[in-house]
Design a protein around this ligand. Structure first.
Ligand code: PLP
Length: 407
């Protein structure tokens, strides 16, 4: 096999990025909140059917805004999975709040909704589900608990662009939702993100926090006659250059998602054999979750196997990787957070998960070669070619069986 060169994630462009960047530059207005920002925001607002969408510099920034809007005060607790990116927790800690780490479900690696209630105390202010790999958390149950206890729900939908739960886009369930357009995500603008505001009572304050704590947005709409400092805030808005790039990606978001799904499905189909033989476990996507192929992962039997598979892939030019160090086991997590429950699943899976390369512009040939390398590394004999012919052979066997039983 010739040596491959497949990065974990490869930039996919749609073809309109340069055109829009040129338009932004020629307009002479490249600071934030210009025409591309407005186009992205209204595109997203319509996509989500939400009250308001604000572009941010990152999902991290959107989560920080969400923590301010949820009014997290020193000592307030926010329930979240330990198996997530640091930004989910940092946003809370920056307000003096306490992240409360709860275990995940073994099938989707999302917050285990059955363990949320036991983690609630008189200090609990919010629940922050994370849609891992673009597969929706169990929002019906999470929203029911939040309603019962009067808690704010903040979706960390960093990985959730163009994915749905029960036919509604991720990001439309919480009071607030945070998206990422970081270069490693499905829809990208280098760095970038968005805060989706579904709770009408939070819209006005969100605009103020976004504009450094001023009522500048109201001033530009002619609602106040001068603008001034009215609340806390920061510079959360991206420049027009970022928004111009993002707009070209949003326009083709469905196509990007379909291309990723084609790769994901090919991996998934090919690894069925290894799954049936008990060599790996494949991701499980519940039928009511329409995912976006953000991540293709395999669960291996041990850290040793993962190290060996990673090394084999690397030797052939394929960059696979693992994922989060659980936050409850990190130095800052131990300092700032607390755990609820034993986090058995989180502790078990974090050493065994292997993420394979995934990009909208990966060729199916690259996918096939990566599949072959994983088979090799696990000492499995099946070639990709045999895999893809298997269903036809099976069908023939079944037909023969039927024919025989008729005799
Ligand atoms: C990527 C990611 C973030 C951070 O996104 P940025 O845009 O890089 O700030 C936060 N949470 C999760 C779950 C992520 O995957």
């Amino acid at each position: 096999m010739k040596k491959l060169s497949v990065p974990f994630s490869r930039l996919h462009t749609t073809g309109n990025e340069l055109t829009y960047l040129q338009q932004a530059i020629e307009s002479g207005q490249i600071a934030g909140d210009g025409s591309f920002t407005k186009r992205c925001q209204s595109w997203l607002k319509e996509h989500f059917g939400s009250q308001k969408v604000l572009l941010t510099n990152s999902c991290t920034a959107a989560l920080e805004m969400a923590a301010i809007l949820a009014d997290i005060q020193p000592g307030d607790e926010v329930i979240m999975p330990s198996y997530t990116f640091v930004s989910t927790a940092n946003a809370v800690v920056l307000r003096g709040g306490v992240p409360v780490f709860v275990d995940i479900r073994p099938d989707t690696l999302n917050l285990d909704e059955a363990q949320v209630e036991a983690a609630i105390t008189s200090k609990t202010k919010a629940i922050c589900p994370v849609h891992y790999a673009g597969v929706g958390s169990e929002m019906d149950e999470i929203l029911a608990i939040a309603n019962r206890y009067g808690l704010t729900v903040i979706e960390d939908a960093a990985q959730g662009s163009f994915a749905r739960y029960k036919d509604k886009p991720l990001g439309t369930f919480g009071n607030l939702s945070a998206f990422s357009f970081h270069a490693t995500k499905n829809i990208v603008s280098g760095e970038g993100g968005a805060l989706v505001i579904n709770d009408p009572e939070m819209v006005e304050r969100a605009e103020i926090i976004w504009e450094k704590g001023t009522n500048r947005s109201q001033f530009f709409r002619g609602e106040v006659d001068k603008y001034t400092w009215v609340d806390v805030g920061s510079s959360f808005l991206p420049s027009e250059l970022t928004a111009a790039f993002l707009y070209s990606q949003l326009e083709q978001g469905e196509a990007i998602t379909q291309r990723r799904l084609a790769c994901w499905n090919r991996y998934h189909w090919a690894f069925a054999k290894l799954d049936f033989e008990g060599l790996v476990k494949r991701p499980n996507v519940p039928l009511h979750c329409q995912h976006n192929a953000h991540i293709y992962y395999l669960m291996l039997d041990s850290l040793e196997t993962r190290t060996q598979v990673l090394a084999h892939l690397k030797a052939h030019g394929v960059q696979a990787t693992f994922h989060y160090v659980p936050l409850h086991s990190s130095p800052a997590g131990q300092k700032f957070g607390r755990t609820a429950g034993n986090l058995a699943v989180t502790n078990d899976i974090s050493d065994r998960i292997l993420r394979l390369p995934m990009s909208a512009n990966m060729t199916l040939d690259e996918v096939d070669q990566i599949i072959t390398l994983v088979f090799e590394a696990l000492g499995a004999r099946w070639s990709v070619r045999t895999m893809f012919y298997q269903p036809y052979q099976q069908r023939k066997v079944v037909q023969q069986d039927r024919a025989l039983s008729r005799i």
